[in-house]
Design a protein around this ligand. Structure first.
Ligand SMILES: *Cc1c(COP(=O)(O)O)cnc(C)c1O
Length: 395
């Protein structure tokens, strides 16, 4: 038995997406910009996919820009809004302390270029307080960029309230919804979202393809120079097989969202209940306002990396927070933002589930984590000090 519980890092492709992609490569192989009938067939296929994706997130097809994924969509949204703001003398940007690095590192660059960045705190539950935004927002705030759901701890942000404040204060609101699209209902028009990033491989679509939604009337500048694709805003020959695969994956995800959300959240709560029984363990992030499939725990006295390797030996694929952070020795910026001390932020475990997981797998995960945590603690000098009372438990 091998259990895949790392769906926040990437997901297995949906058979419907795979089939749509193969068919597209065989039958719609033309370049959508070509004037001959092979090209025009590809253009038609692309238009259908664009309309379908737009419909599934509550947008108009003219508001959809295909990108190479979530990272590019985040970069373009933020740089574009910053550029537009700067032209009007607005050089202040608000975000949160727990954003993905695609957002945080872009903001660090802009800070060096003379923008002022305010990162809102998230408290111990990992959720932005809209009142903090109300306090921070100013006349010269060009952009507010706050993620829909966090990739490490799964917490859902109060997007509707945030969007309402931005509308009132006339600041552009962008949300990195890469973890949320296909998993929870989203309607960009009804929710007053100005810009939104999504990525296909987080909802069982292919990698290397995503969307930047930009509401009509919000200006968009291009990151790269080139051809006139995507209405001149994103040059380069379109990755049509991936676009078609993304549309198929999103169609499936939205069609089964209700049932799969219910099923996955039952599995999630089983895991949370089982893992909470391990002594000196702590659930990270709000217990209820979180993605249906996200579980994130800290175990005192444990190194995240050793835990992951031993779980892998037992047939469980998990993660220590974000795939982008693991491999580095820095503790997660998300866990630090919750107020966890450095030594505890090192010992985190993220399990991210999909509708393919089963109750039996959850039992196996709970037993394995309990045993591995005990094994590692028995070998740990830090744990010995804690047990002897020479150091204080923090969890
Ligand atoms: C995965 C992820 C990204 C990056 O998306 P890619 O398509 O892999 O570039 C950005 N933001 C969040 C929240 C993510 O989970």
């Amino acid at each position: 038995m091998y259990i895949y519980a790392d769906n926040a890092a990437t997901t297995k492709i949906h058979p419907a997406a795979l089939e749509a992609m193969t068919k597209c490569m065989e039958e719609a192989y033309g370049n959508p910009s070509s004037l001959h009938s092979v090209g025009q067939k590809a253009a038609e296929v692309m238009q259908k996919a664009r309309e379908e994706i737009a419909g599934l997130i509550g947008a108009d097809f003219r508001e959809i820009y295909f990108t190479s994924g979530g990272t590019e969509a985040d970069n373009q949204a933020i740089r574009s809004a910053a550029d537009f703001g700067a032209r009007k003398g607005k050089k202040h940007i608000i975000s949160s302390a727990i954003e993905h690095h695609a957002v945080l590192h872009t903001l660090e660059r802009l800070e060096k270029e003379g923008f002022e960045i305010t990162l809102l705190p998230v408290g111990e539950k990992g959720i932005v307080n809209p009142e903090d935004l109300r306090q921070a927002i100013r006349e010269d705030t060009a952009l507010v960029t706050i993620m829909y759901a966090n990739n490490e701890i799964g917490t859902m942000q109060p997007v509707d309230e945030i969007a309402a404040i931005c509308r009132e204060k006339k600041a552009i609101f962008h949300t990195d919804a890469v973890q949320a699209v296909g998993h929870v209902p989203i309607h960009v028009h009804e929710q007053n979202i100005d810009m939104l990033s999504l990525s296909a491989h987080k909802f069982h679509g292919p990698r290397g393809i995503g969307v930047l939604y930009v509401r009509k009337g919000v200006p968009l500048f291009n990151l790269m120079e080139g051809g006139a694709q995507e209405r001149g805003r994103r040059p380069g020959t379109e990755n049509l097989p991936a676009i078609v695969g993304m549309a198929a994956a999103l169609r499936e995800a939205v069609a089964h969202m209700n049932a799969s959300g219910k099923k996955v959240s039952v599995l999630r709560d089983m895991l949370i209940e089982g893992l909470s029984k391990i002594p000196h363990a702590r659930l990270n992030g709000d217990a209820r306002k979180r993605l249906p499939g996200n579980v994130n725990f800290c175990f005192e006295g444990i190194e995240g990396e050793s835990l992951l390797l031993l779980l892998d030996h037992r047939g469980i694929a998990a993660s220590s927070g974000s795939a982008c952070t693991s491999g580095s020795l820095d503790p997660s910026h998300v866990l630090l933002a919750l107020g966890l001390p450095h030594e505890v932020a090192h010992g985190s475990l993220r399990l991210s589930l999909s509708e393919e997981n089963t109750e039996e797998e959850m039992k196996h995960i709970i037993d394995s984590v309990r045993e591995v945590v005990e094994y590692l603690r028995n070998m740990s000098p830090v744990w010995e000090d804690l047990e002897k009372g020479e150091k204080e438990h923090v969890i």
